[in-house]
Each structure stands twice: as C-alpha cells, then as structure tokens.
Design a protein around this ligand. Structure first.
Ligand SMILES: [Zn+2]
Ligand SMILES: [Zn+2]
Length: 353
C-alpha cells in the first residue's frame, strides 16, 4: 500500500515537472486550440434524423456560475432557431462549438433584459461565421424597437469589421438584423415555415408585460413548445396538446420566499421588494408539471430556473413534482440536448460537452 502511494506521488511529481517543459506546453496549446476550433463533430447535430433542442441558457435574471440567461435552440432541417438570447448564451453556444452560420432565425418571447442581452452578439458572431443573409428576428410588437436599438449600438463595430476584414468576406448588407413583428390571436397563429418546419406563436400571461409569447415548432411529425415567461396558462396547455417536448419556465416559489426573508434579515429592502414581487408572473415547478400533464406532453423540460439551483439542490428545486408527474421531467442545464428521433420513439436527453 505504501509503495503504491509512493508510486502515485512520484507520478504526480513527474507530470507536474513535465507540464513545465516548453515542448510539452506547446503540444498542449496545440491540442487545446484544435479542440476549441474543430466543430466537425457538431455537424451530426444537424443530420435529418431527429428534431433537437439544445439548452444555451437555463437561468433567469439571477446570476449563476454555470448557467447563461434564457436561450433555447431548436435544431431542425439543417438549421438552428434561437428562442431568446439571454446574456452569456452566445458564449455557451460558442463553447459548445455550434457552427454560427447555420442559424435560421432568432425568436424573442418578450423584451425583458434577461431575454435579449446577447442579441447583438448573435447578429455579429453569426455574420462573421458566414451567415448567408441578414438575421431574421421574430417577436411580438416591440421587436422593431429592440432590433433597431441593438443595430445602432453595434453600428460602429460593424464598420470596424468591414474595414478590417473586407467587404468581400463580411458583406455589409448581411450584417444587419431584420425585425419581423408577429400578429397575435387568442391561440397559436402560423408565424413562418422553412422547408418542413412550421413555427407558430401564441400569447401567454406575464402581466404587466404585454405582449409576451410562446412558440411551437413542428417538424416531420415531431414537436416542441417553448413557454416563454408566463404564469400557469391554459393557452400554453392548448398550444402543447400531445407535444413531444414542452420547455416550460419554472420558479420555485418557496425558495423565492426564503430569498425575500433573507433579504429582510440582511436589511436589503430593495432586494426584498423584488423577491416579493416576482412570484405573481411566473410558474412553479409543480404548476409546470400540471401544464405538461394537462397537455399530454411526453417530456417536460424546465428552464428559466428561478433561482438557478446548484446541481446539489436540483432535487430540492423539484420538490413535489414527482407526486403528480413521476416520469417525463428534466431540469435544464446549459448544454443539455434533447433529441426527438424522426423515426419515432421517446425523447433522448444527453449533455453536450
Ligand atoms: Zn425572464
Ligand atoms: Zn420576463
């Protein structure tokens, strides 16, 4: 045993010394560079054998070490469609080596800052990656104002990049966003089609924020609904009837109440007021499970997690959910991938790294 320990320590010392040798460090640098740049293995995500959903941001306005703010990417027909662009979400997709030139469109659920922070980055980064045209940004009324504001904020940056890399590589006319304002009805309205992909939009309840919407994606017999920010709403149930995957926001109200009490005890009245105010326009995990049950959704993926739980507290976040929905529940983490095989079968949940 003692010999084994000595050998182990000796190995550690040798490895430590070896890592200081410039030639070894050079090899490591090369390996890391290649690993970060090589996205050939990611092309498989775009194969036409499944409809997929990739979590590019599972948090809410709360800060989190390992969760970006809200962002879900639906992958179908060789492209990805991004629902909300919370801050840190472009970075998450870049770390996951997702090819930016395959972006199909951005769809915004509403214009709270946690949902739009990275919009300018999505436009700029996918343009540099080779997006073959302006970026369409769908949303309810107000989307023009948001897009035009980001466009103005990034105008100088666009000029610098064209001057530096040349208009041949960075076509100036492709570098802009094209806002598309959706008209809302009481239920799902067709928004756009792209090949076999059909996307519809429906209103949800996030008062006093009007409008606020969710989206439904249908592709070759498989389907995904994304709730956006909402209270428990019969219109989400109606839009999600028989859906394969319902991505629904979730806020643990008991934890938020404890946050309010903690803020009170620390004499932080502004924080206490925020924690006191937010329960009335979000959905608890148990209510999200009720929505999924009423809709007959195969898999419920909770995202926009408030507060974003550390891994060790994920079970606590879901307290009470298994009583009414023992199966078919997942709690989003950044990089989580849900695959809906086009050949049929249950949703498959894995983690991209
Ligand atoms: Zn939000
Ligand atoms: Zn919101």
């Amino acid at each position: 045993m003692k010999k084994l320990l000595l050998a182990f320590v000796a190995l550690l010392v040798i490895a430590f010394v070896a890592f200081q040798v410039p030639a070894v460090q050079d090899r490591l640098v090369g390996a890391v560079m290649k690993r970060n740049m090589d996205n050939r293995d990611r092309q498989a995500l775009f194969a036409d054998d499944a409809m997929r959903l990739l979590v590019c941001g599972s948090s809410s306005p709360f800060p989190s070490e390992d969760r970006a703010r809200p962002c879900l990417a639906v992958i179908a027909g060789g492209k990805f469609y991004v629902v909300d662009t919370g801050s840190g979400s472009w970075n998450r997709l870049a770390l996951l080596r997702i090819p930016g030139d395959r972006i199909g469109a951005v769809l915004l659920t509403h214009f709270h800052s946690d949902h739009i922070g990275d919009l300018g980055e999505f436009d700029m980064q996918t343009w540099v990656a080779g997006r073959p045209g302006p970026l369409s940004v769908y949303g309810p009324e107000g989307v023009e104002k948001v897009v035009s504001g980001f466009g103005q904020a990034y105008e100088l940056d666009h000029g610098y990049r064209v001057a530096h890399h040349g208009a041949e590589m960075l076509k100036p006319e492709y570098g802009h966003m094209k806002p598309i304002t959706a008209q809302l009805g009481d239920g799902p309205q067709p928004l756009f089609t792209d090949g076999d992909l059909r996307v519809s939009i429906f209103p949800v309840s996030h008062a006093p924020i009007h409008p606020a919407v969710g989206y439904r994606f249908d592709y070759k017999g498989r389907s995904i609904v994304i709730s956006g920010d909402t209270t428990k709403d019969a219109r989400v149930v109606a839009a999600s009837k028989g859906v394969d995957l319902l991505a629904h926001e979730a806020q643990n109200q008991e934890m938020v109440a404890r946050l309010a009490a903690t803020a009170e005890s620390l004499d932080r009245p502004r924080l206490r007021k925020v924690f006191h105010d937010i329960p009335d326009y979000h959905t608890s995990p148990v209510e999200a499970a009720e929505v999924a049950n009423e809709a007959g959704a195969k898999l419920l993926l909770m995202y926009h997690l408030t507060p974003p739980p550390p891994k060790a507290l994920e079970r606590r976040f879901l307290a009470g959910v298994s009583d009414i929905r023992p199966k078919g529940v997942a709690l989003a983490r950044d990089g989580m991938l849900v695959e809906l095989p086009l050949a049929g079968g249950e949703p498959v949940v894995t983690q991209l790294r």
